[in-house]
Design a protein around this ligand. Structure first.
Ligand SMILES: Cc1ncc(C[n+]2csc(CCOP(=O)(O)OP(=O)(O)O)c2C)c(N)n1
Length: 344
């Protein structure tokens, strides 16, 4: 387990001051992380409606479902450094990245419910989100985010735009050939690419210890001359500050970086996963490092009243309730539109 020790309050204040990082920014991150957690937990609860006995083809949300509870700090720490024009390419576990990039959560929820008001008119579903507005996309193909984001980064460089492209991926995806090929090309061509590996230690049910020849992804990236950051993925400040350096480097023509964020998913690989591959105690141990509680505790120590934090949580919950209501009340796509927007 890699986690950085909790800074003392004096260290934390010094860090915020030296990094020119304000309390308001931290509070906004607290809100964003709560928004993601509330969204995911609400989707998780809805997912099980009508699935007794468990059947993926029944209920208001159908198909597979991969949630990211526990990994919010990675999405928010990275997203906090991005502009609307930057590109984010995500994976089969995409909701936290989409929300942190600024996707409208009503349209996101509607897409997950398969409704016509969704991001893709209800035809993509939870794993195939596409949001042209904020330049966000994802797919269920493990390892696909690397070359896709590199393509966007190439386009930015070619056009002389100072935008960056971010590829999120799990540690399992980093064993795919696309990881090496992309980092090699991006390093050679100095592309404004940031590869973020969310190392939650399991690829489906396979622990990283039996699949990776090195404990760290940055070792592999550095062999291709890609500067890398090893961050505590349960600490939004650590993720934010490392990403800031990577983004500055990319925007100023310095080329790609890798961020290795050590994190944990509190829920199974997919909803319905029996999770026999890991001990309950392990999950409980990681829950102690919950990134939202951790940031909340720091904010309290920095003088933010408990009521203010509760207020942020309530605002997040209300926005999620509104989004789910919108999604549930929206119509399904008309059968006559089944072939609209698909390759023929
Ligand atoms: C090319 C490809 N191979 C296999 C799969 C099946 N699959 C879906 S998710 C997954 C595990 C991914 O693990 P990781 O990249 O660590 O991401 P995490 O689920 O931990 O977020 C696998 C093998 C797939 N979707 N695509």
């Amino acid at each position: 387990m890699f986690l950085k020790p909790e800074p003392t309050i004096k260290d934390l204040k010094g860090l915020l001051e030296s990094a020119n990082f304000t309390l308001d920014q931290l509070l906004n991150m607290y809100y964003q992380m709560n928004l993601i957690r509330e969204f995911e937990e609400a989707i998780g609860a809805k997912y099980y409606e009508g699935k007794n006995p468990f059947n993926m083809a029944s209920g208001p949300i159908r198909g597979e479902m991969h949630l990211s509870s526990g990994q919010e700090a990675v999405a928010v720490g990275v997203g906090g450094n991005l502009r609307k024009e930057d590109v984010v390419v995500s994976t089969h576990r995409p909701h936290h990245h989409a929300i942190a990039k600024g996707t409208d959560i009503r349209k996101l929820a509607a897409e997950i419910f398969g409704k016509s008001t969704g991001l893709c008119g209800g035809k993509g579903g939870h794993m195939h989100l596409f949001d042209k507005e904020v330049r966000f996309s994802c797919s269920g193909i493990v390892g696909a985010s690397f070359p896709q984001a590199a393509g966007a980064a190439f386009a930015f460089k070619y056009r002389g735009e100072d935008n960056v492209a971010v590829a999120f991926a799990g540690e399992g995806a980093a064993n795919h050939g696309t990881f090496y090929e992309t980092l090699n090309a991006a390093s050679l061509w100095e592309l404004p690419l940031i590869v973020v590996i969310e190392d939650n230690m399991y690829a489906d049910s396979t622990p990283k210890s039996v699949a990776l020849a090195t404990p760290h992804h940055f070792q592999r990236a550095m062999s291709l001359n890609v500067p890398s950051f090893l961050v505590d993925g349960m600490d939004v400040i650590d993720v934010y500050l490392a990403t800031r350096k990577a983004v500055q480097r990319a925007r100023s023509g310095g080329g790609p970086s890798l961020i290795e964020a050590v994190t944990y998913r509190f829920r199974g690989h997919f909803e319905g996963d029996g999770q026999e591959y890991r001990e309950r105690d392990e999950v409980e141990l990681w829950r102690v490092m919950d990134p939202i509680t951790r940031l909340g505790n720091r904010l309290t120590k920095l003088g933010v009243e408990k009521e203010r934090l509760e207020n942020e949580r309530r605002k997040a919950r209300e926005r999620v309730e509104d989004a789910l209501k919108f999604a549930e009340e929206s119509p399904y796509p008309e059968p006559s539109t089944a072939l609209v927007g698909v390759f023929k």
